[in-house]
Write a protein that binds this ligand. Structure first.
Ligand code: 13P
Ligand code: ZN
Length: 267
């Protein structure tokens, strides 16, 4: 079979972007072994020739019905696949799936029968939620940033908006480029429907959600933007940790100065 990348320019572009970000996640040290996963919703951009490809593996139940992504097309990192390999050989370490017309299962349609990420219920439930609310967000990135995950081990940081506000106050960029802050999803079993629901519960208010003692999950228009928000939050976390390791509590930008930024930059 010809690669879907040759018949669908939108998929080729998205897969290229995924490969670029997968490389960054590995270089950042956030992607030990198969850690993290990425999916992109190609439903509105895929060429008709890609949409009508026949399944190359039997259908897999999603475990719930997702009405807003019926017939939807997604690129997914494969389960147990490494980000550093996804960066170099995306179609050997990920696949394109189509959700069934009743929204209850999905089938792999290209290029190879690479089983999607074990976090597929979170990813597809998030895409379903985003489409349902009319969002233009099409990318979901989950990764394991060392600094942010370390901070989630302090129960004091898990109080609503406490960590997000602290990270905003470390450098103006974080307030500007991660304007919705950081939501917190309490620890739940990886790959569980509970984790999916805890994440969605945060997405009304936040674009980036901490998965307590596990990682973060970010949603945006494209994978580059989703990566940038995590990168910005991680930068703030590193500034905080560096100050602490020099033996002092960082002062932080004052609430008044942050309010001024919000006003001037229209955040
Ligand atoms: P997958 O290899 O199944 O994508 O799992 C990695 C991960 O980070 C689970 O949370
Ligand atoms: Zn994970």
């Amino acid at each position: 079979m010809d690669s879907i990348l040759n018949i669908c320019p939108a998929t080729a572009k998205a897969v290229n972007d995924v490969a670029e970000v997968a490389g960054y996640l590995w270089q950042k040290g956030w992607a030990e072994r198969n850690g993290g996963n990425i999916t992109v919703n190609l439903s509105d951009s895929a060429a008709d020739a890609a949409r009508t490809l026949q399944p190359i593996a039997p259908p897999t139940p999603i475990g719930r019905t997702l009405p807003h992504i019926k017939g939807g097309i997604f690129f997914c990192k494969g389960t147990n696949k490494r980000m550093r390999d996804l960066a170099r050989y995306p179609m050997d370490n990920g696949s394109v799936i189509r959700v069934s017309d009743d929204g209850t299962n999905y089938s792999i349609i290209a290029d190879k029968p690479v089983k999607p990420t074990s976090e597929i219920i979170s990813h597809l439930s998030i895409h379903n939620y985003l489409v349902g609310k009319g969002s233009n967000y099409r990318a979901v990135v989950h990764t394991h940033p060392i600094d942010l995950v370390a901070m989630s081990h302090n129960p004091a940081f898990l109080e609503k908006d406490l960590l997000g506000t602290l990270l905003w106050s470390m450098i103006p960029e974080t307030r500007a480029f991660c304007p919705r802050g950081l939501g917190i999803a309490p620890y739940a079993l990886p790959g569980s429907a509970e984790l999916a629901d805890a994440t969605i519960a945060q997405l009304d208010e936040y674009d980036v959600v901490m998965w307590e003692k596990h990682g973060v999950c970010s949603v945006s228009e494209n994978v580059g933007e989703a990566f940038d928000m995590i990168d910005t939050l991680s930068k703030s976390a590193q500034i905080y940790l560096t100050a602490k390791s020099m033996g002092f509590e960082p002062e932080g930008i004052s609430p008044e100065k942050m309010e001024e930024m919000k006003r001037v930059f229209n955040l």
